[in-house]
Write a protein that binds this ligand. Structure first.
Ligand SMILES: Cc1cc2nc3c(=O)[nH]c(=O)nc-3n(C[C@H](O)[C@H](O)[C@H](O)COP(=O)(O)OP(=O)(O)OC[C@H]3O[C@@H](n4cnc5c(N)ncnc54)[C@H](O)[C@@H]3O)c2cc1C
Length: 384
């Protein structure tokens, strides 16, 4: 068994798989990915898979646009990877939110997004299923999409493996040592050596960072989703995001809807959090659905789950080499937006490692930008 590599990736979620894929061209057999459970067993497999360019900042909008384009192209050669491009309708219900929504739309349009602001009476032209009584403004991007996040991970991992990357599942990295410019990684089964280590361990990244002697400014937080019984029949709707009432609804196969909300504002332990849903969440999400999608009175919520997202103080991820541990590269802190940016992030990591990344990414995502260890508030990722 080969045990020496140029690059070892810790974590086989969508970020680790995308990095493995994008490094495979330059490094191929010199890359190993170590995953403590299975590919997509962490946050990625629990995600709603929404890909929305309607973000608050130009760089992120660009990254999602690039990722949608990338997944669209990839899906042409992989029939299991389906890109559902039915758009995303966003609504706000207070006057104060209309201005930021307009500004976001203007910004997204300058980046080439086909998104438009909607007055309340224009919303029904997108879908007549949505109740607009209390809506003050909206926006629609027909190119927003969704994907099965598990299939995205598998597609990336399979191609990376074909190009020579080695994947070890059920291989938890438990101990790290460094000497002679080489990392020694001890997993639950084996030992590996690598010149560079990339941490893409999702909500566990803070814990993994501790093995390298660093304290990362990350907070994993819990987010819940639930799925309905079939009730939509042949009626189709785009993804709907009600910003004011903190509700998103995504059509699923068989006429069901997946509904979720954003953020629990407290830090969670990825090895000890409630994986099911709270009773309060289930009752409140069904009330919010009923208000926005009256047809959902015909549905009940059959099951739900929770997963963790990972917050940073400024909503931007930490991507790049750590200044205190030579050879340690971080790709962590994707808030609630990891799947929608994953292909673009893989490209950025590849370019950073080759010394070719755009300066704006290097500066904005600099993993060393938080000097002090002050506490910070968890800010919702997917909002205005
Ligand atoms: C309910 C929910 C809905 C979401 N919806 C969306 C959405 O619609 N769109 C979107 O873009 N994002 C969404 N997200 C966020 C998205 O899921 C995350 O941003 C993304 O999955 C992060 O990917 P990751 O690869 O960094 O982390 P993960 O997928 O968690 O991968 C990290 C991996 O590291 C492994 N690992 C940890 N420690 C070790 C170790 N010591 N050794 C080896 N392996 C280790 C874990 O087992 C895990 O598989 C949602 C999240 C949740 C919870």
């Amino acid at each position: 068994m080969k045990s020496k590599y140029s690059v070892a990736i810790i974590g086989g979620g969508v970020i680790g798989c995308s990095i493995a894929y994008h490094l495979s061209e330059d490094f191929g057999e010199d890359v190993v990915l170590l995953e403590k459970e299975f590919i997509a067993s962490g946050s990625s497999g629990l995600s709603a898979g929404i890909l929305s360019q309607q973000l608050w900042d130009a760089m992120n909008t660009d990254m999602v646009r690039r990722s949608i384009e990338w997944i669209g192209k990839k899906s042409e050669d992989d029939e299991a990877l389906v890109l559902n491009r039915d758009g995303l309708l966003r609504v706000v219900c207070t006057e104060e939110e209309t201005e930021p929504l307009r500004k976001n739309v203007d910004l997204q349009r300058t980046r080439g997004c086909d998104v438009r602001y909607l007055e309340p009476d224009e919303v029904p032209s997108i879908t007549s299923e949505i109740s607009v009584d209390d809506v003050r403004g909206g926006a629609f991007c027909p190119d927003d999409a969704y994907v099965d996040p598990y299939q995205l991970c598998i597609s990336l991992a399979r191609d990376a493996e074909k190009a020579g990357v080695r994947f070890y599942q059920k291989s938890e990295v438990r101990k790290v040592e460094r000497d002679d410019d080489i990392f020694h990684l001890k997993t639950s089964n084996d030992s590996f050596e690598s010149e560079t280590v990339i941490v893409s361990s999702g909500p566990w990244s803070k814990k993994v960072g501790k093995m390298f002697g660093i304290d990362l400014r990350l907070k994993p937080y819990r987010t819940q989703v639930a799925i309905t019984t079939p009730f939509m029949g042949e009626v189709s709707i785009p993804i709907v995001h009600d910003v004011t009432n903190d509700l998103y609804m995504k059509p699923e196969t068989g006429g069901t809807i997946l509904a979720g909300d954003g953020t629990e504002n407290t830090e969670s332990d990825p090895d000890d959090f409630k994986e099911g849903t709270d009773y309060e969440f289930m009752t409140s999400i069904s009330e919010r659905m009923l208000r926005r999608l009256p047809r959902s009175r015909e549905a009940s919520l059959v099951r739900g789950w929770s997963g963790l997202c990972t917050a940073t103080p400024d909503r931007h991820p930490l991507i790049g080499y750590h200044s205190k541990v030579e050879g340690l590269f971080l790709a962590v802190g994707f808030n609630a937006l990891g799947v929608m940016r994953a292909p673009a992030i893989g490209e950025i990591v590849r370019d950073m490692m080759a010394g070719k990344a755009k300066e704006e990414y290097i500066t904005r995502f600099d993993p060393n930008r938080f000097e002090t260890a002050e506490d910070f508030e968890i800010i919702q990722g997917f909002t205005l």
